[in-house]
Write a protein that binds this ligand. Structure first.
Ligand SMILES: Cc1cc2nc3c(=O)[nH]c(=O)nc-3n(C[C@H](O)[C@H](O)[C@H](O)COP(=O)(O)OP(=O)(O)OC[C@H]3O[C@@H](n4cnc5c(N)ncnc54)[C@H](O)[C@@H]3O)c2cc1C
Length: 403
């Protein structure tokens, strides 16, 4: 029987494995993908200090630490169930069952779709799929495309597409409807874009952002927003244009674009078509939590964490005994935060299983999570720091579900 089974070989799962195995535990990892790294693999962006964050290289660094620890990673192995029977966990996969004393779920996040008429045509994909095609599989998603959805993820990945030589004709709002909600409202979108204005390519945008943050500034910008959009890395950022329909016979051929007012309402359908051969839809991310639900975790809903997350404490322990979580399943944050959370989870498991360690070790790892979070260049949601702090301080949430 294993000491720890880790579900997910993304940055959180890999770093959990490293810190647990370094304390003598018998650790194995399962991942449904055919290679390690999870969503880290597709990442490529420039930090404000000019350094490049290259996800493939970062994955290799983690694997260099994994290798001497003799941790087996089972690829193409999908976990579909887990149960606690007689004080041990049974993990059910398409490759057979495993038994383990403890389990760490590090399954990451999933993309939220935003329906757009015509989205079943070949050539329409989620923005994350375009990232994997371009940066992992080295296949161009098409020659000329449109990105629907303006958020931190679509910005990061659109830049990656551009660096790979893919022509992005524009970034547009999704069509206004029940499911697109605030993602289709120019003022709301502008507010969320301002949170990562420090990454904007032009000095004017970086310096101008603080003056726009108030309600008056947002009104002004959305009212007088340029007809042709604002250029970001040469790509028109269209805050007053929505994607009405994706058109084509056997595959994507064009997209019908309509003008909206500053509240995101359609203006008597003034439309035009833009020729494209692919479309990426970016609806944001939410934690991938199904396995935690199957395992009996309770959940809380927090917009700032991306939706429902399993109740857990700062040490990544859930209220179900012998079950831990790490990474984006606990809330949407950058890969650097996922790595530091994984270190905490691995140490917490090792400690709970009787490994000897310096008293300050977990505290140091917790400090590292906090400082990594505070310094993160990409923050997917506002208030993440205060929400995490209050969640971990609310004793009641955690102890109540233990009863
Ligand atoms: C589409 C997408 C794009 C992203 N792009 C960026 C970006 O550009 N920059 C950024 O900072 N962050 C990005 N993120 C956020 C990203 O999730 C974190 O940066 C980081 O990768 C989270 O690490 P993780 O280990 O928690 O999860 P992940 O990296 O997602 O790893 C989770 C792993 O679990 C495996 N898994 C899931 N379910 C199962 C199962 N049932 N059985 C077996 N294995 C399973 C998956 O195959 C995956 O390898 C992106 C997320 C997504 C979903």
């Amino acid at each position: 029987m294993l000491d720890v089974m880790i579900i997910g070989a993304g940055p959180a799962g890999l770093s959990t494995a490293i810190s647990a195995a370094q304390h003598g535990l018998h650790v194995e990892i399962v991942d449904e993908y055919y290679q390690p790294g999870g969503r880290l693999l597709g990442q490529l962006h420039q930090e404000p200090d000019g350094e490049w964050w290259n996800g493939i290289e970062e994955t290799e660094k983690l694997l260099e630490q994994i290798e001497p620890l003799h941790i087996t990673i089972h690829y193409s192995t999908s976990v579909y169930d887990l149960q606690k029977v007689n004080e041990k966990w049974i993990i059910y996969t398409n490759e057979g069952d495993w038994e383990s004393q403890t389990v760490v779920i590090a399954t990451g996040a999933t993309e939220s779709p935003i329906p757009v008429p015509g989205w079943t045509l070949p050539g329409v994909m989620s923005i994350g799929a375009a990232q994997v095609m371009t940066n992992v599989q080295r296949i161009k998603p098409g020659e000329r495309g449109i990105v629907i959805g303006l958020n931190v993820l679509s910005f990061a990945i659109t830049r990656e597409l551009q660096l790979a030589g893919v022509d992005v004709a524009a970034m547009l709002l999704p069509p206004p409807h029940l499911l697109s909600k605030k993602e289709a409202e120019p003022q709301e979108v502008l507010g969320s874009l301002l949170r990562f204005s420090h990454l904007a390519p032009s000095l004017l945008m970086r310096r101008g952002a603080p003056f726009v943050k108030g309600g008056f500034g947002k009104n002004l910008v959305t009212s007088f927003y340029p007809e042709k959009g604002m250029s970001v890395w040469g790509i028109p950022l269209q805050l007053r244009r929505t994607a009405l329909e994706i058109k084509g016979k056997n595959q994507v051929e064009a997209i019908r674009v309509a003008k909206v007012n500053r509240k995101g309402e359609l203006h008597n359908a003034i439309t035009h078509d833009v020729d494209v051969d692919f479309v990426c839809i970016a609806g944001g991310l939410s934690p991938l939590v199904e396995l935690a639900a199957i395992a009996g975790c309770q959940f809380i809903h927090e917009d700032s964490l991306g939706g429902y997350v399993p109740v857990h404490n700062e040490k990544m322990e859930t209220a179900v005994s012998g079950l831990y979580v790490a990474g984006n399943i606990t809330g949407i944050e950058s890969a650097k935060v996922a790595i530091s959370q994984g270190t905490v989870a691995g140490l917490a498991v090792a400690k709970a299983m009787g490994a000897r360690m310096n008293n300050g070790k977990i505290n140091d790892a917790l400090q590292e999570v906090e400082s990594t979070r505070a310094a993160a260049t990409i923050q997917f949601h506002p208030n993440i720091i205060s929400v995490r702090k209050s969640m971990y301080k609310t004793e009641g949430i955690f102890t109540k579900v233990k009863e």
